[in-house]
Design a protein around this ligand. Structure first.
Ligand SMILES: [Zn+2]
Length: 470
């Protein structure tokens, strides 16, 4: 007996399910088009990183287009890999996301080449020879497929599918995306939250409220937590003065994009108010320096993403700030004495120049290592905060004697922000899919949405496929 094939529009969860990394959501329309929303890298525990090497579930060449919510690696870092495997369509993103992706993607390729090289030299890779997922050059080449999208203007992506990017207030350029699909079962709207910012971001305007949706995907990074009422200026001033008082060095592993700007903004407030000495600050990350220029430029031209009161101003002119450009300058910092502040990527100490600073400073009790954001379980940042006394970096172990602290500077909405964002979706969606959170956080947020908003909220599993039809 023959089976009647009914074509439906579907959504597949190819990443960021019960984990905060690897965001990838594949829409397959009943007319046979494929659109991927976000194309992020898996990070953290080795078993998760290994997923980056798995074959892609559909032929990359069969995907018509990619929509990117923002320039964080866990949302765009897989793009060069997909291009390498045959994806040749357009990549739609806002102009600032494209500018920032042009900084972070080549850097990601570079890091992967370096890691492969290092593993080969030290012989600690299981693959022989170790290979990068993609190279710096492959990342640069993939940038040619980016197409700028304006906020709030619907863009035709493929026949019967339109996308509208909405301001998400998370980092410069960040968007939530409304996807309107005209299928055989009528018109349907799926809204992808991307990552949502906090309304307290000192540089960026708060996110725009979500409009109506039939299906809503929400991030849940902090789905089980309210941000503590930490008095950031007071706590930061205390840490700086204490460390400076013992002649120590403050090493801040920082996410290169956005977090560095927020850290500098707080430092500038403290310095201008006389709460801390105007210590030398070294931003030692080519990526952070390049991203800083994109932020400074957006502030100068008064971009609508920036808080209106900052428009047209010059950021960080009061700080004793040095951007370290080359490797020699970076190495020279090792022989400098404190007190001083070194801000360097990566934010979870998974790679980058900050490893060399940690290697040279972490064994001295006078120094302070200050983590400034969410730490994916299994990363070095997470291990340090859990109090591990020996930490492996660059192929060997180091003893941890420096003070380790955490400053709550998350760029993510917390549980209450997320619930009110979902609640602002009117009329309410039929289904809310809770993604982009560790399992506990996603399950807790789904429960809260069920209880407090009386909506059906589900936490999908990796590879799960659902119908988007009515
Ligand atoms: Zn993000």
């Amino acid at each position: 007996m023959g089976v009647v094939e009914v074509s439906v529009t579907t959504l597949s969860f190819l990443g960021a399910t019960r984990t905060v990394t690897g965001s990838k959501f594949l829409i397959e329309t009943d007319a046979g088009h494929r659109v991927l929303v976000d194309c992020g890298l898996f990070q953290g525990f080795k078993e998760r990183r290994l997923r980056n090497w798995a074959p892609f579930p559909v032929s990359p060449g069969s995907i018509d287009a990619i929509l990117v919510t923002h320039a964080h690696i866990d949302h765009c870092g897989y793009i060069p890999r997909l291009v390498k495997m045959g994806f040749s369509g357009p990549i739609h993103a806002t102009a600032d996301t494209r500018r920032l992706a042009a900084i972070v993607l080549p850097d990601s390729g570079h890091l992967q080449e370096r890691e492969a090289e290092y593993a080969n030299r030290r012989g600690y890779s299981k693959h022989k020879p170790a290979l990068p997922l993609y190279t710096r050059q492959e990342a640069v080449d993939s940038l040619e497929q980016f197409r700028d999208v304006a906020f709030d203007e619907p863009v035709g992506i493929v026949d019967g599918l339109t996308a509208t990017f909405r301001w998400a207030g998370h980092i410069l350029g960040s968007a939530s995306i409304d996807v309107d699909i005209e299928g055989s079962s009528g018109r349907r709207r799926v809204v992808f939250s991307g990552d949502l910012g906090r309304s307290t971001h000192p540089l960026l305007r708060p996110a725009d409220p979500v409009g109506p949706a039939d299906v809503l995907l929400t991030e849940s990074t902090y789905g089980n937590r309210a941000h503590p009422e930490q008095d950031v200026p007071e706590f930061l001033a205390k840490l700086i003065n204490r460390t400076a008082g013992r002649g120590g060095v403050i090493v801040i592993p920082s996410f290169a994009v956005d977090r560095t700007e927020v850290v500098l903004w707080h430092l500038e407030q403290l310095v201008s108010g006389g709460a801390v000495p105007n210590l030398p600050i070294y931003v030692d990350s080519p990526m952070a320096t390049a991203a800083l220029e994109v932020y400074e430029e957006a502030v100068r031209r008064g971009s609508p993403e920036i808080r209106p009161e900052l428009a047209g101003t010059e950021l960080f002119s009061d700080l004793n700030l040095t951007a370290v450009r080359d490797v020699e300058g970076s190495k020279a910092l090792n022989s400098r004495h404190g007190p001083m502040i070194i801000i360097s990527a990566s934010g979870m100490a998974t790679g980058g120049r900050v490893l060399h600073h940690l290697a040279s400073r972490i064994g001295d009790h006078r120094n302070l290592v200050l983590m400034v954001g969410f730490q994916v379980p299994g990363t070095r940042g997470d291990r340090l905060l859990r109090g591990e006394k020996h930490i492996k970096m660059l192929g060997r172990y180091f003893r941890v004697r420096a003070e380790i602290e955490r400053l709550e500077l998350s760029a993510h909405a917390d549980r209450d922000d997320l619930v009110s964002w979902v609640g602002s979706c009117q009329p309410p969606p039929e289904t809310v899919y809770v993604v982009h959170g560790e399992e506990e956080a996603s399950l807790a947020l789904a429960q809260t949405i069920n209880d407090e908003l009386d909506l059906m909220a589900v936490v999908p599993t990796l590879g799960e496929k659902v119908s988007l039809d009515a």
